[in-house]
Design a protein around this ligand. Structure first.
Ligand code: FNR
Length: 184
């Protein structure tokens, strides 16, 4: 069984990116699962807090990712870059440096995203690349999934309803799962 962890880089209940992750989780092949984890309990990074110990929510998420075969990050785009809350979570998870490779080293990572704008998080996805590179993750370079005008493809109830988008997402899911399988 292939086990993937999915993280949405948005905290809001109606998040398009969380909706993408839920749709992806429902599309997983029979021999794979995508478990969605939240970053909502991750505090703001503070070196003084770190000196007292890694917060429980951070340690838990690190262990989840370390035990998984891969990570799927659904990222919003803020001001043409990554959202602070998501970067904060990944930064915390990279601490302490001596434990970073256990979590990210060689870990397959797939990045996708959705935005109501015209470019569908393309710049945010690109901005994540140096982050995962320095962490030594294995960034999957399969077909890009950047959903523009997400409000047209995702209904008010948070379901991914557009058939063409569902097809693209299915290809993305199958591609990443196939990649993770052949690496295992
Ligand atoms: C945005 N948004 C946005 N969208 C985009 O395509 N490019 C961008 O550069 C930005 N910049 C930006 C900055 C800030 C501070 C906010 C709050 C928003 C809009 C963004 O894509 C939209 O709010 C999405 O709905 C966020 O993703 P979730 O929460 O739906 O997953």
């Amino acid at each position: 069984m292939i086990k993937l962890i999915g993280i949405s880089g948005s905290l809001r209940a109606g998040s398009f990116n969380s909706a993408l992750l839920r749709a992806a989780a429902a599309m997983m092949p029979h021999d794979a699962e995508l478990r969605i984890e939240s970053i909502a309990a991750i505090p703001l990074y503070d070196g003084d807090v770190e000196n007292q110990g890694i917060p429980v929510a951070v340690a838990r998420l690190k262990d989840e990712v370390a035990a998984a075969d891969g990570l799927v990050l659904a990222t919003p785009e803020y001001n043409n870059s990554v959202p602070g809350v998501a970067k904060n979570a990944i930064d915390w998870m990279s601490r302490p440096p001596s434990d970073s490779r256990r979590v990210f080293g060689g870990r397959p990572v797939a990045i996708l995203g959705a935005s109501p704008g015209s470019f569908g998080t393309a710049l945010s996805q690109a901005a994540w690349l140096p982050v995962f590179r320095i962490l030594g993750a294995d960034i999957w370079t399969g077909p890009r999934f950047a959903l523009a005008r997400a409000n047209n493809a995702i209904g008010a109830n948070g379901d991914l309803t557009d058939p063409a988008t569902r097809e693209l997402l299915q290809k993305f899911v199958d591609g990443f799962v196939g990649y993770v399988k052949q690496r295992k």
